[in-house]
Design a protein around this ligand. Sequence first.
Ligand code: ZN
Length: 236
Amino acid sequence: MSGIKDIADDFLSLFLPRLCLACRARLVTGEEVLCTECLVSMARTDFHLRRDNSLEQAFWGRCMVERAAAFSVYNRGSRIRHLIQALKYDGRKDIGKIMGELYGSILVRSGFMDTIDLIVPVPLDLMRQKKRGYNQSECIAAGIASASCLHVRNDILYRTGRSGSQTKRGRYERWENVEGLFAVRSYDVISGKHLLLVDDVITTGSTIEACVNALAATGDVRVSVVALAAAQKLTL
Ligand SMILES: [Zn+2]
């Protein structure tokens, strides 16, 4: 029967082609989200399998992070960069959910999620969220939640004020820019819990650092971090 179904799926895809999210090639039976070539060639960090990986080391001395992992490596021309840019700037919320589900299922299978209690996305600047209509980290978090059967809380962590664009700032300036900009509400919900903080890309780690420090200031919480991608310099 599955053979007939495969033939039927392939036949239907002639009319409604499912396309690879990264390269737009037509997906064939057995491929989901990304074509085999993109899946194979997308640089994976596999950080979820390695304690003390270079992303975790990037937070040493800055904030208390239990574990940190990123699905892929973010650099100029990388396939994950195309996906994340479409997620952020082309209204493609579905990419966040789908990639979150894909990465979430990898994390679940490896045991990375075993002690996580609650998923918390990094909040977006309110003005930017209003303009974009959504927070891409919430989309990714929703995908990870669906793969792991955990809950997401979008209301725990919030921004206290508006920060300027960070794209042209150096690391020190970025830290100045984000420190103190996050705060936490509903302490009782996170007390004693292990939280999974979710972001789209980790470039310097300063946003994560500020979020983790805001969460840690409430006392009894542990925080792990995941993102769809991390800048190449954090993954070497
Ligand atoms: Zn592809």
